[in-house]
Ligand binder design. Structure first.
Ligand code: BDR
Ligand code: CA
Length: 312
């Protein structure tokens, strides 16, 4: 399909990354060019293996590019306490037969940005390490990106990994700072929006019982995380990366957004990784971030069902 939108995803799969990827696999209006993989939720060896396995389970043939195996400057703690030691719930799946490409993810981003200059939809679902490296290698990169959608941040300081910071930004604040200083136009779906768009565990369990290979696999890899989440956040399940994917694939389902300048803190005992938003326009800095505040919940839930192969 020639008029489809070229889509490149940078991700650290991860249970919620997996749901977002299943949504992207199903999109009729996008052409998925590849998956760029970073360390984040767990180490790079696992995030690459998980991406390959998900492609295999979903029957999708798409290049997978391994990227950075650590943050740009400082080591950071992973999120294996949420996603399992292997990032996919430690179910002991048989490794995929597929192999990653030899090209580094940062180089793949640059190459695809040239091949689809002005058209490329780039979605990041993990730490921004690969993208920051790409922009350092070639500072003209932002001028070739059609849309950049980032899952990350906590726009009024209600973090999920520290008091003020969200995981994707806090894992590699230096990389995030480079990205937010380099790109003139970034759409952000932050953790606080995610908390406003949960859906009931009981409903989700119903979808997982659909019997499709995708739903069965997702049921197994997400079980530990869902139990952990239920204990911590109650009867609603939150899938951060899936919500970001909704905004990326279907911008018409964004109901409310606001444009402001966003700064990433790299210092401070409490503020490292925080995303400071200039809500009152005090800084005089150009607003580079479109902050997504509200999305169509019914469409979100319908697309998740579709991604899991649930008859709707
Ligand atoms: C983000 O952090 C990761 O653990 C999830 O995969 C998601 O990308 C949510 O803060
Ligand atoms: Ca992620």
């Amino acid at each position: 399909m020639n008029d489809s939108i070229p889509l490149l995803i940078d991700t650290d799969p991860g249970v919620d990354d997996a749901l977002a990827l299943l949504m992207a696999f199903n999109s009729p209006r996008h052409r998925l060019l590849g998956l760029c993989i970073t360390a984040g939720n767990v180490g790079l060896d696992h995030t690459v293996a998980n991406a390959l396995k998900l492609c295999e389970v979903a029957g999708v043939s798409v290049p997978v590019y391994a990227g950075c195996d650590r943050p740009l400057v400082f080591a950071a703690e992973d999120a294996s306490y949420v996603h399992g030691r292997d990032g996919f719930g430690d179910i002991g799946y048989a490794p995929a037969h597929l192999q990653p490409e030899t090209e580094h993810a940062a180089l793949a981003i640059l190459r695809e940005s040239h091949a689809h200059a002005g058209q490329l939809l780039l979605v990041t679902l993990g730490p921004l390490t690969n993208l920051a490296l790409a922009v350092r290698l070639d500072p003209s990169l932002p001028s070739r990106i059609g849309r950049l959608v980032v899952m990350g941040g906590a726009v009024t300081g209600k973090g999920n990994t520290s008091i003020a910071a969200e995981f994707n930004i806090a894992f590699d604040p230096e990389a995030a700072a480079i990205v937010f200083e380099s790109f003139p136009d970034i759409e952000v779906v932050d953790w606080e929006a995610v908390l406003r768009h949960g859906f009931l565990h009981s409903r989700f369990e119903g979808w997982l019982a659909a019997g499709s290979p995708r739903a069965d696999f997702y049921d197994r890899i997400s079980r530990k995380t869902r139990l952990w989440a239920e204990g911590k956040r109650g009867d609603h399940w939150h899938s951060a990366d899936a919500l970001a994917m909704l905004a990326a694939l279907y911008p018409e389902y964004v109901i409310e957004k606001k444009r402001h300048f966003l700064h990433v803190e790299t210092a401070g005992s409490q503020s490292r990784g925080a995303t400071v938003v200039d809500w009152l326009e005090r800084s005089g800095r150009t607003a580079q971030t479109e902050i997504v505040l509200k999305l169509d919940q019914a469409r979100f839930e319908a697309l998740i069902q579709d991604a899991l192969g649930v008859p709707v």
